[in-house]
Design a protein around this ligand. Structure first.
Ligand code: NAD
Length: 274
């Protein structure tokens, strides 16, 4: 499949392209994740709140592909933040997945109003020490949340999974990640397909004989991000992973860089979401 891996700050590696399963009904998840594995994905991104950890676990048991070669991410939902509640919620996620370990466990949102993300992060550090979460990270953290969690625990997240797509490029936060040694993981990497008919993208796509989604995913790869696009359509699932056999030109990348806009956020603002 040619999917490249990048190094995390804890010595582990992560595939640069993974399959996101947000909004997939649990009952349909085994078949859809199965087709993603067949198409070449070796990384699955789920979360407790998605309600499909059990379906992901079933897909992992039903495939002939060895568990050790598949990178599994799940996330702690907001209402379980806190040291003890996090440890319990993690056990529940493992039980639903039917796994002994996950490759990456993330705090889904910082929820700064609760003021419990530091204690929650201490619990993740313990899970990492115990080896039950091979790597640990966060999601939707701003620079302020990252810096406080690191200062108070001495543990740096391996990744921060954030909203990131051509209309919302998060340049300042990506620079912070670079300085701190945190891998940037892009959620809604296609901007939920809202920008895919932008003429800048369709023109680059035409020139490369590719689809616009492939152009956007290639832009993520060449910027060093991990991207986790979602689709329930087998042809798109296959299209989205086939981005390791061509390159953008510097001009292509610059044109896509130019699509950033201040109003581009699709999801909630991490400073207020709880
Ligand atoms: P996305 O950018 O991956 O877009 C998905 C949508 O784009 C699909 O529903 C489909 O309609 C369309 N699409 C997919 N492939 C296409 C193609 N080749 N051509 C045309 N259209 C195509 O957005 P998403 O689903 O919101 O995000 C992806 C994943 O990110 C989720 O499944 C989830 O795992 C993760 N996520 C995380 C958070 C978080 O807070 N950490 C939030 C949202 C999503």
């Amino acid at each position: 499949n040619g999917v490249t891996r990048i190094a995390l700050n804890d010595g582990n590696g992560i595939p640069q392209l993974g399959f996101g399963v947000y909004q997939l009904p649990d009952a349909e998840t085994p078949a859809i994740v199965g087709s993603a594995l067949e198409a070449g994905y070796r990384s699955i991104d789920t979360a407790a709140i998605y309600g499909n950890e059990a379906g992901v676990g079933r897909a992992l048991r039903e495939t002939a592909i060895p568990r050790e070669t598949i990178f599994v991410t799940t996330k702690l939902w907001n209402d379980r933040q806190g040291y003890d509640t996090t440890l319990t919620a993690f056990d529940e996620s493992l039980a639903r997945l039917g796994l002994e370990t996950v490759d990456l466990y993330l705090i889904h949102w910082p929820c700064p109003q609760k003021d419990s993300y530091v204690d929650t992060w201490r619990a993740l550090a313990r899970l990492k020490q115990e080896g039950r979460a091979r790597s640990i990270g966060v999601s939707n953290f701003t620079a302020e949340h990252l810096e406080r969690a690191i200062a108070e625990t001495g543990v740096t997240p391996a990744v921060n999974q954030i909203e990131l797509h051509p209309h919302f490029q998060q340049r300042a936060l990506r620079e912070v990640h670079g300085r701190l040694g945190i891998v940037t993981e892009a959620w809604s990497p296609l901007g939920q397909a809202k920008a895919l008919n932008d003429p800048v993208l369709t023109e680059i796509a035409r020139r490369h004989g590719r689809g616009p989604a492939q152009i956007v995913l290639r832009w993520h790869i060449e910027n060093g991000h991990v991207a986790i696009p979602k689709s329930a359509t087998p042809s798109r699932i296959a299209e989205n992973v086939a981005v390791f056999d061509f390159s953008l030109t510097p001009e292509d990348r610059a044109a896509i860089d130019g699509l950033d806009r201040s109003s581009g956020r699709i999801g909630p603002d991490p400073a207020s979401f709880s």
